[in-house]
Design a protein around this ligand. Sequence first.
Ligand SMILES: O=CC(=O)O
Length: 347
Amino acid sequence: MLPDEVVKPIVLLLGEVVLAHNEWNSLSKIAELRQVNHGTREQFLNDCRAGVYDGVLAISRTYDSTQITGRFDQELVDALPSSLKFVSHNGAGYDSIDAHACAARGISVSNTPGAVNACSADTAMFLILGALRRIHIPYTALRAGKWRGHMGLTHEPEGKTLGILGMGGIGTAVARRAQPFGLHVQYHNRSCVPEQMNLTGAKYVSFEELLRTSDVISVHLPLNASTRGLISYREFAMMKTGVVLVNTARGPIVNEDALVQALEEGKVWGAGLDVHEWEPEIHPGLIANEHCVLLPHVGTATVETQTKMEVLVVENVRSALERGCLLTPVLETRKMVNGFGPLGEIC
Ligand SMILES: O=CC(=O)O
């Protein structure tokens, strides 16, 4: 090596950059950029163990790259190179990463909070209105040459009670959108939002009260051990007959066998789902049920939001390279060592 030649840190991209090409390419001034955009988990694990990625300081990963590497679970985290200190994940939900395993290895993880709020909330509103109107029936009838089909009369939001499960950034954005439609908003969260921060004035209720008294329930929780299967047979039994259930968060929060039964019994009037328990597999009972509005996890699939997310992912990598800390670290790795990150950072 020449004496003045500087060794750049290595950044590994798992997946593709679709929109923020300029931002991503600009990192090449301060880092060597590498990419894995195909292959299998077995191959990735073997390459990690064979030292192919030794020297990688930061990984930038897309949601869809889980199809290549599988989850960043304990096995995968154990195989990652010892040089790795940062994972910048493109997505608000980071259930595809075992953040505790990363923290234990001194790897800091970031996600893209905030960037997704407006778009995800728009999707939830679309599904709330679509499920109330049982929109699937006239939508498909028209194209099948059957005009309105057997749609019957449906419902509108005015005067109904919307129960928001999870009043974080997305839940709050849903509340703000729902109020002009005449929906009365109540919510349940791990803890009550302090009054001065509760900009929507939504009422805090217990989980059970929310289930018992809401006409529409919209799920905005992260997926973790305590939310997996949170809405199942017992919870559907507590709900009002004729309730509408919307899930734009993560599929496994709702037990789909229980949802299908509740739909078939008429307990649930309609469901709007952007996420699915076994996605990309869709429960046959949901496909068969015309009272469901189904989307294939496209809640943030707009140019505007995907751009914001990709730019934030790159900004996290840049901050890691230049300042030794991520901009939007997830809670688990923020608290790593004595309340500080792996490099002692508070950004
Ligand atoms: O599902 C989308 C996200 O986690 O941002």
